[in-house]
Design a protein around this ligand. Structure first.
Ligand code: ADP
Ligand code: MG
Length: 228
């Protein structure tokens, strides 16, 4: 497996605290899920990879430049329709005006929201808003999609719907790098688990093996605490 991203000695220090502490990691899987306790540094690691934060030390080496997009726990919706939210994303990325609406409608259809295209986005349910956010990024056909706890504030039915969409995006060829608190979701979506604890990556393991026999006590404890 050729790594599409090699991370070497990555650290982020804020106010004297090492939030990310010497992470070296090769990402080559198509679907990687980052797991770890609250405050472990999962969001920070994803933000560093997406270029939203600059590392204090270390390097990110991309095998080749990848177009990438990120989705957060709570989607930010513009005060306009669902369709216009998706169109706006395409506009920002420089898609020609005559292509935007067609692409946006196709993306909304792929997330099952074509009938809600003209609704004000902010009046949609949390799950529907997250699907608009996924349509907004899927319309751009990114090569890498980073998702930070995309279902954390959703009910189980909406979570499964969002999970199905993430699967479809992956099946269409996009690499997925995400975090979740939902272990069932991690099992269903991941090829490999990257476990992070106290700002350090302590293991990177194929998903089945991780859930059967995590390599560290920290991961074992995490699985016991998180399993209902
Ligand atoms: N800008 C910041 N300044 C100082 N501390 C931060 C900052 N961002 C995050 N942290 C701290 O870094 C740790 C890791 O945060 P985060 O990456 O959000 O963890 P996770 O997503 O795994 O819950 C936490 O203890 C958090 O409080
Ligand atoms: Mg987080």
């Amino acid at each position: 497996m050729t790594a599409w991203l090699s991370i070497e000695g990555l650290s982020l220090v804020e106010g004297g605290t090492r939030i990310i502490d010497g992470v070296s990691l090769q990402l080559g899987a198509q679907r990687s899920v980052v797991l770890g306790p609250n405050g472990a540094g999962k969001s920070t690691l994803l933000r560093l990879i997406h270029g939203l934060l600059h590392p204090s030390t270390g390097t990110l080496s991309w095998l080749q430049p990848l177009s990438q997009a990120m989705v957060f726990q709570r989607p930010v919706m513009l005060r306009t329709t669902a369709l216009a939210n998706v169109v706006y994303g395409l506009k920002l990325k420089g898609y020609p005006a005559q292509e935007r609406e067609r692409r946006a409608r196709a993306a909304l259809a792929r997330v099952g929201l074509e009938t809600l295209a003209k609704r004000p986005a902010r009046l949609l349910s949390g799950g529907e808003q997250q699907r608009v956010a996924l349509a907004r990024v899927w319309a751009l056909e990114p090569e890498l999609l980073i998702l930070d706890e995309p279902t954390a504030s959703l009910d189980p039915a909406s979570s499964r719907e969002v999970e199905r969409i993430i699967k479809d995006i992956a099946a269409a060829g996009t690499r997925i790098l995400m975090t979740t608190h939902n272990l069932g979701q991690a099992r269903r979506l991941a090829e490999e688990i990257v476990f992070i604890d106290g700002g350090r990556v302590t293991e990177q393991t194929p998903v089945t093996e991780f859930f059967q026999s995590p390599r560290t006590d920290a991961a074992q404890d995490f699985l016991e605490e998180e399993t209902p």
